[in-house]
Design a protein around this ligand. Structure first.
Ligand SMILES: CCCCC/C=C\C/C=C\C/C=C\C/C=C\CCCC(=O)SCCNC(=O)CCNC(=O)[C@H](O)C(C)(C)COP(=O)(O)OP(=O)(O)OC[C@H]1O[C@@H](n2cnc3c(N)ncnc32)[C@H](O)[C@@H]1OP(=O)(O)O
Ligand SMILES: Cc1cc2nc3c(=O)[nH]c(=O)nc-3n(C[C@H](O)[C@H](O)[C@H](O)COP(=O)(O)OP(=O)(O)OC[C@H]3O[C@@H](n4cnc5c(N)ncnc54)[C@H](O)[C@@H]3O)c2cc1C
Length: 624
């Protein structure tokens, strides 16, 4: 099952090696993270990142190993933005020459970059960004400026205190004309003493949700006061400005400006499955240890994991973790395929890639955030302790519903793609890729339920057809209602809640389809395929509230712990007293409690000033 989860024996081997490397290095300890002040936590992140780089160089780690090292360190920091956004932005939007110049320094960590797009006044609406980049032909420079308070760059990770450079998104103005948003490389800080360069006001935006989580990251604010940069620091793969100031658009779609976001969205689907699997691992293992009620005449109490309510709340998340893992593996393939096609100027699958990355990022991160919160409740009171690992897991993954694109905004993008497809089908065009099912419109709009017997519900073809009919009917229904509106735009706006639902149904069809396709592959291990078939059934049927589920839960229960052990997480990475591999929960909880700084003294600070006088005074009063 480990191989099915990891994707290959090689992946299992590399993951094990990197996880153990991190778990065995005291610099990477995580158990005190939620007890540190904001400044201590930030400094701890700097220390870990520097140590990680040192180990990467010493051990000659590959890019795959270094990424896993960063992942198992599991502490949001500037390095994430450097590797996950700054480098990909230059790769995707820079010319060969610009890539050579800037990536050489970035790969050697001679510069530290971030992705500065969002502003105080705009995040979702990229075309509404206000930062300006005005070309000055007299000096062959762009003047970077924050014209309003709301144009202040706001949120970029690492911007506050760490990044020396950024890809800054701004309105390109030349010859008095505004050509919209483009990317520019800017140096922000001196490479000698790290002080901000002239004209740049920069700082951290303040504390964030949770006690650890993104408080380890210096999300920043930046204001630019007519900062001049050379013309060749405009990222010029998509467009350029000539020495004379002429704007020249290249022959690639302008949407490639958004390519970095598409890349990160596909990585976030894999991250969501990982985060969800960690929460499920904790809740399943603890559910097997925790006993409550049910003892007959002094016998052992009942494992809470045996309660049907616990199973009906938890097992859909176990199934979702595997479902998101497999669709994430497919999405990575889709993204790679689109990127290769772009190299040969084939842009035909760009809309599909946008819709799939936007939709899957949205559906998987929303489901994961909700599931982690529920896993906290599934562990009772102890789930609310930081030592359970669940509050931190929730706080770190909740913002994934917002960053890299607000989930509703992204689902509306999917809806726009679906409406276009429905209208193309109506005009006789055969849809392809993830919308191919829409070509089957006659059959799917009329077909009666293809599932009649209870057994049908476990027939993958039947389940797939149910999901296709559901998605298609919701999309066609929206299209018909939009066509009744005074205008397409008004109709789209009026119907947007229904369109979001239709987009979710389409994305869930993709997830179910990819799970079914995964089961058609050769899957190693005795009985593994059967277990995955049950999980596929649970994932699909829980979305349509099917009464078949109870039986499936009972069949999965005996293997539930084995199915989470297959995630192969070290106790260090799981970071949970409840989810420990050895199940020694109560002594772990007890041991963790004493680490809290509050327990450094038996009489707490504040007793002399605030508690003793109060108690003495009340005592005196009571004797009057
Ligand atoms: C590691 C730490 C531990 C824990 C973390 C775990 C995992 C994290 C892993 C990695 C992440 C790294 C660190 C973590 C922290 C933070 C990272 C987050 C960083 C950010 O948070 S970074 C900012 C993100 N900020 C956005 O995400 C803005 C969203 N807002 C938009 O994206 C646009 O604003 C949109 C699309 C809403 C409207 O854009 P618009 O107004 O220009 O376009 P419009 O809607 O009119 O569409 C015109 C035509 O373009 C097509 N089109 C649009 N977009 C396309 C695309 N991407 N590709 C291809 N085609 C596209 C349409 O489909 C249409 O096509 P058609 O015309 O054919 O219909
Ligand atoms: C932890 C974290 C890290 C981040 N890191 C970075 C970074 O490194 N670099 C960077 O550039 N940015 C970063 N961001 C910013 C992030 O990308 C934006 O917050 C995100 O894109 C959402 O945009 P917004 O904040 O403007 O939300 P808004 O769009 O203002 O959302 C507010 C509400 O309005 C709704 N809404 C907005 N538009 C519509 C519409 N057309 N129709 C219906 N509803 C709508 C949304 O659904 C939401 O409910 C980060 C954010 C977080 C939380």
């Amino acid at each position: 099952m480990k191989v099915a989860w990891a994707g290959s024996r090689h992946a299992v081997e590399v993951a094990d090696r990197m996880a153990c490397l991190v778990a065995s290095d005291p610099v990477f300890r995580k158990d005190t993270r939620t007890m540190l002040s904001r400044k201590e936590l930030f400094k701890d992140t700097l220390k870990k990142a520097a140590h990680a780089w040192k180990r990467t160089v010493e051990l000659h780690l590959t890019e795959e190993e270094a990424n896993l090292l960063r992942l198992y360190i599991d502490q949001p920091g500037y390095v994430d933005l450097h590797w996950v956004m700054f480098v990909p932005a230059i790769k995707g939007q820079g010319t060969e020459e610009q890539q050579k110049k800037w990536l050489t320094m970035a790969y050697k960590f001679q510069i530290i970059g971030t992705y500065a797009q969002t502003e105080l006044g705009h995040g979702s609406n990229v075309q509404g960004l206000e930062t300006t980049a005005t070309f000055d032909p007299s000096t062959d420079e762009f003047i970077m400026h924050s014209p309003t308070l709301t144009s202040s760059k706001w949120w970029p990770g690492g911007l506050g205190k760490t990044s020396t450079h950024a890809v800054v998104y701004a309105r390109l103005i030349t010859e008095g004309k505004d050509y919209g948003i483009h990317g520019f490389i800017m140096q922000l800080r001196s490479l000698d003493d790290h002080s901000p360069l002239p004209g740049i006001t920069i700082g951290d935006i303040g504390g964030k949700f949770g006690s650890g989580a993104y408080n380890s990251m210096d999300n920043g604010v930046m204001r630019l006061d007519h900062v001049r940069i050379p013309r060749d620091q405009m990222l010029m793969r998509l467009a350029q400005v000539t020495r004379e100031g002429k704007y020249v658009h290249s022959d690639v779609p302008k949407q490639l400006l958004y390519g970095t976001m598409v890349y990160v969205r596909q990585t976030i689907v894999a991250d969501a499955s990982r985060a969800l699997s960690r929460a499920v691992c904790i809740a399943v293992r603890y559910g097997a240890i925790r006993k409550q009620f049910g003892s007959k005449a002094g016998g052992p109490e009942t494992q809470v994991l045996n309660y049907k309510t616990q199973q009906s709340r938890l097992f859909p998340f176990l199934a979702s973790a595997y479902a998101f893992r497999f669709v994430g593996q497919w999405l990575k393939w889709l993204y790679t395929d689109v990127t290769q096609k772009l190299e040969s100027k084939d842009f035909s699958t760009l809309p599909e890639a946008h819709a799939c990355t936007a939709g899957l990022k949205s559906v998987t991160t929303s489901a994961t955030a909700d599931a982690i919160e529920e896993c906290q409740k599934l562990c009772g009171g102890h789930g609310y302790l930081n030592s359970s690992g669940l509050p931190e897991l929730f706080a770190v993954n909740l913002p994934a519903c917002t960053y890299e694109g607000d989930n509703v905004v992204l689902l509306l993008q999917v809806a726009r793609f679906l409406m276009k497809t429905v209208s193309q089908v109506a005009s006789g065009k055969q849809p392809v890729g993830t919308t191919a099912y829409m070509g089957n419109i006659q059959h799917l709009m009329q077909c009666k339920s293809v599932v009649n017997t209870v057994e049908d519900w476990l027939n993958p073809a039947a389940i797939k057809e149910v999901f296709e009919a559901r998605a298609l009917r919701m999309a066609v229904n929206c299209a018909q209602n939009i066509s009744k509106a005074p205008s397409q735009e008004e109709g789209f706006s009026e119907l947007s809640p229904d369109l979001v639902e239709a987009a979710v149904a389409h994305v869930q069809l993709i997830i179910v389809t990819k799970f079914i396709e995964k089961l058609q592959e050769d899957i190693l291990g005795h009985g593994v395929k059967e277990q995955l078939q049950k999980l596929c059934g649970i994932y699909a049927l829980h979305l349509i509230h099917n009464e078949r589920l109870g039986k499936l839960y009972a069949q999965v229960r005996p293997n539930a712990v084995a199915l989470v052990d297959a995630f192969d997480y070290t106790d260090h990475y799981l970071g949970s007293a409840l989810g420990r591999y050895d199940g020694d929960v109560y002594s772990a909880l007890y041991k963790e409690a004493w680490k809290d700084p509050l327990n450094e003294t038996v009489v707490p600070d504040g007793y002399q000033e605030h508690l003793r006088p109060l108690l003495k005074q009340q005592l005196k009063l009571s004797r009057l």
